[in-house]
Design a protein around this ligand. Structure first.
Ligand code: HDD
Length: 760
């Protein structure tokens, strides 16, 4: 029988505990290091200007909680029930050397929560990064759609997530792959998700093939390699057998597969959608995102180097740009087509997602501007938990019967059930609409709402008939009453879907010679990584059906016979706008590496740095060691700087090797190695040894067709590498003149004429 007396601690035990068995850091323990918790203080301000909007209720109303309500900036550490904690560094034990007690709730809670911190990564597009921003409508789409967020001057908050497709969550950013460009518009009429890619066509025509293409492209199931690559047998096995994938594949093999930055990448909604205006008239549409900085890509060697040197390159680039105020900008554009019963434009079937419509035939009409100006406060809460869904449509935008789109309408909601553990993922803050939600969806795992009322059904009288259905004139979403032709049930495609090669040829023919060379190299690289001879031969046969020159060059690279075409090679009119080269783009936000000799800094250094900055670019000083040069901060050292980070290099000095560093390159050996590339070279100029890391920086920049300008003592570096006279390598009279040369060269992104292409 339990004693009714209060429990007392035996005095001898209490004394012993006070002497040796107390918890370190507790009063009387005598432990010096853990005497008191951190002094409570006011919550820290949110990072920069980035206060998260206060958490909202499932109806979209603010809870009134401060932005950092769930952050670790509060006064006291607490358990999840809010009780203040005295110690979170030691588990509760039976004595200092005793076993841990099961009753230690804090220990169990802390470890249990940690054990479940990871959620399944996305089955595709696992590697991604996001940003907040604002979309402003131009009002130019009013005639074709009643979507309110496109109205003139209307501002709508957005969240964008960029991604690669194949790699796992921790994979490198710069792999050769398609990039996702998914935008959530939190409009006044509900959330609209535009879930696109940076390539306007897709691998497959019917969603039922999606598991096949993804299984083929993901790492091999036995060894789980290669990670985030298409250069392997199963990928090329599938795309050479399933030839509708050839169009998307050539885009991947082009420079589009390795964007320089998310800021220099186009976006495409891919499918044809249907717009409806206030009068009920419909128009077919394809969505485009046009980056303000133009379309620009990495060099393949750069992409590979970056995968090791800075696997977070695109992620970092996006954050750095936003945090430095160089906000990424894109314009939303529409290609509009009359909504005819055959849903074609010319001879292009608008329901076939492996086809695009050249802009020369249907110009892209700009309807709004997106500015990304805020990085997420918490990666997991926002970027990881954001859930896009093509079914998130607003009045004025509807779907078509594209069979890929139809399957996607199912997949996105479905995948979140596993990934976000239940049906209430739309209540997660990043997914909540910014308008009141009044659905009759109830219960389920992780339900956040405390729903009132007794009648979550329609019609009802017990809750006064609430909520009511909206009338046509009350912003209701209307399914466009498209006529569905009477037809037999069938598992087959429209006949027009059988053309798998004409647009692949169109794309190839639209490329400039240098871009064609890159495509040849990419196919040759990828196929050379395959082990199965039959797969290489089958893909060469596909290339023969695209273009004889392409096929021949790749076959030569592989050392294989050149097959003859088995299909008629149609005469396709090129679409020049597909080429990334030959146009001029703004240089805003480009990164300029400025090499400084700390022993003899140039007097004009500060002015040049300021001028680069004033021109909207990012100047980064590179020197032998950290600290400052005069009052200018050194941002990279020769040990941390690699050429791949910079768009151009300015040399303001010729730094000597550190006394204890690797010896400067031997003049003769240097001349021999570099002579192959450009005539003459050595590691010394006029008898002065130059730090080999500077030479490497400049040589790599040269290999990657970047502008390199020097003035003053910097000219010695160019002399040492033997590059003077090579296109885009210049010695200027002054810092001002050097910058002027850079500004002349940068709008083309790279100095393409340095490597004249051998392909026609
Ligand atoms: Fe998809 C994610 C884009 C076809 C099934 N897809 C996903 C994302 C993007 C795209 C950008 C990442 C969204 C994010 O950042 O969270 N997907 C496309 C495009 C397609 C396409 C442009 C063709 C035009 N997708 C496609 C098909 C299916 C899926 C045909 C399935 C039948 N996609 C998914 C998915 C994902 C996804 C499994 C994984 C994570 C997620 O949805 O939320 O449901």
């Amino acid at each position: 029988m339990a004693s009714s007396k209060p429990r007392r601690v035996r005095k001898d035990v209490a004394d012993a505990a006070a002497k040796k068995d107390t918890v370190p850091g507790s009063p009387g323990s005598g432990a010096p290091t853990l005497a008191e918790p951190t002094t409570p203080r006011s919550p820290l301000p949110p990072k920069g200007e980035q206060g998260t909007p206060a958490p909202m209720t499932p109806t979209g109303a603010s809870t009134g909680l401060p932005p950092t309500a769930n952050g670790q900036q509060g006064d006291y550490l607490t358990a999840s029930n809010g009780a203040r904690l005295r110690d979170t560094d030691h588990s509760l034990k039976a004595g200092r050397r005793g076993p841990t007690l099961l009753q230690d709730h804090h220990l169990r809670e802390k470890i249990t929560h940690f054990d479940h911190e990871r959620i399944p990564e996305r089955v595709v597009h696992a590697r991604g990064t996001g940003a907040h921003g604002t979309f402003t409508g131009y009002g130019t789409a009013d005639g074709v759609t009643r979507a309110g967020f496109l109205a003139k001057g209307k501002e709508t908050p957005v969240f964008v997530r960029f991604s690669t497709v194949l790699g796992s969550r921790g994979s490198a950013d710069t792999v050769r792959d398609t990039r996702g460009f998914a935008t959530k518009f939190y409009t006044d009429e509900g959330t609209f998700d535009l879930v696109g890619n940076n390539i306007p066509v897709f691998f497959i025509q019917d969603a039922i093939k999606f598991p096949d293409i993804i299984h083929a492209a993901k790492p091999h199931p036995d060894r789980e390699i290669p990670q985030a690559q298409s250069a392997h047998d199963t990928f090329w096995d599938f795309v050479s057998l399933h030839t509708e994938a050839q169009h998307h594949t050539i885009w991947n093999m082009s420079d589009r597969g390795i964007p320089r930055s998310y800021r220099t990448m186009e976006g495409f909604g891919v499918h044809t959608f249907r717009l409806v205006n206030a009068a009920g008239d419909t128009t077919l549409v394809k969505f485009h995102w046009k980056p303000k900085l133009g379309v620009h890509s990495l060099d393949w060697e750069e992409a590979q180097m970056l995968a090791g040197l800075d696997p977070d390159f695109h992620r970092r680039d996006l954050y750095d740009a936003i945090e430095s105020g160089a906000f990424p900008e894109y314009e939303l554009g529409l290609q509009l087509f009359p909504d005819m019963p055959d849903e074609t434009f010319g001879d292009i079937d608008l329901l076939d997602p492996t086809k695009f419509v050249p802009e020369e035939l249907a110009p892209v009409q700009l309807v709004g501007r997106l500015v990304l100006d805020r990085t997420p406060t918490n990666f997991f809460a926002e970027t990881e938990q954001v859930a896009f869904h093509l079914g998130n449509l607003v009045p004025g935008i509807d779907v078509t019967n594209d069979p890929l789109l139809q399957g996607r309408l199912f997949s996105y909601g479905d995948t979140q059930l596993t990934r976000l553990a239940g049906p209430n993922f739309a209540q997660i803050p990043i997914n909540r609409p910014h308008v009141p939600v009044n659905d009759m969806l109830r219960d389920g795992f992780h339900q956040q709402a405390v729903h009132g009322g007794v009648a979550p059904y329609h019609p009802n009288s017990l809750d006064g008939g609430n909520p009511f259905e909206a009338g046509d004139d009350e912003q209701a979403f209307l399914d466009v009453p498209v006529t569905v032709a009477e037809a037999p049930k069938i598992r087959a495609n429209p006949v027009s879907f059988d053309d798998h090669f004409s647009q692949v040829r169109l794309f190839w023919r639209s490329m400039s010679p240098v871009e064609k060379e890159h495509i040849v190299r990419a196919y040759t690289f990828e196929l050379a990584k395959c082990y199965e001879q039959t797969i290489k031969e089958r893909q060469l046969q596909c290339l023969a059906n695209v273009d004889p020159e392409l096929c021949e060059q790749v076959a030569t690279g592989l050392g294989l016979p050149v097959p003859k075409p088995t299909k008629e090679l149609t005469e396709e009119t090129p679409s020049p706008v597909l080429s990334q080269i030959g146009r001029e783009w703004p240089s805003d936000g480009r990164t300029i590496g400025i090499v400084v000799d700390t022993d003899a800094p140039d007097a004009g250094l500060g002015d040049v740095r300021a001028a680069v900055f004033a021109a909207g670019m990012v100047p980064l000083l590179i020197a032998a060691h950290g600290g400052t040069v005069g009052d200018l901060p050194v941002q990279r050292t020769f040990a941390t700087a690699r050429s791949v980070e910079f768009d151009a290099i300015i040399l303001t000095g010729a730094p000597a090797p550190a006394p204890d560093a690797i010896p400067a390159r031997d003049a003769k050996a240097g001349a021999k190695a570099n002579g192959k590339a450009n005539g003459k070279a050595n590691g010394k100029a006029k008898g002065k040894a130059i730090d080999p890391r500077v030479l490497l920086l400049v040589e790599e920049s040269w290999r990657h067709a970047k502008a390199v300008v020097a003035w003053g003592a910097g000219a010695a570096v160019l002399e040492a590498t033997g590059m003077v006279g090579s296109p885009g390598v210049l010695v200027a009279d002054s810092g001002e003149a050097a910058l002027a040369e850079l500004q002349r060269l940068l709008p083309a992104h790279r100095v393409w004429e340095r490597f004249p292409a051998t392909i026609s």
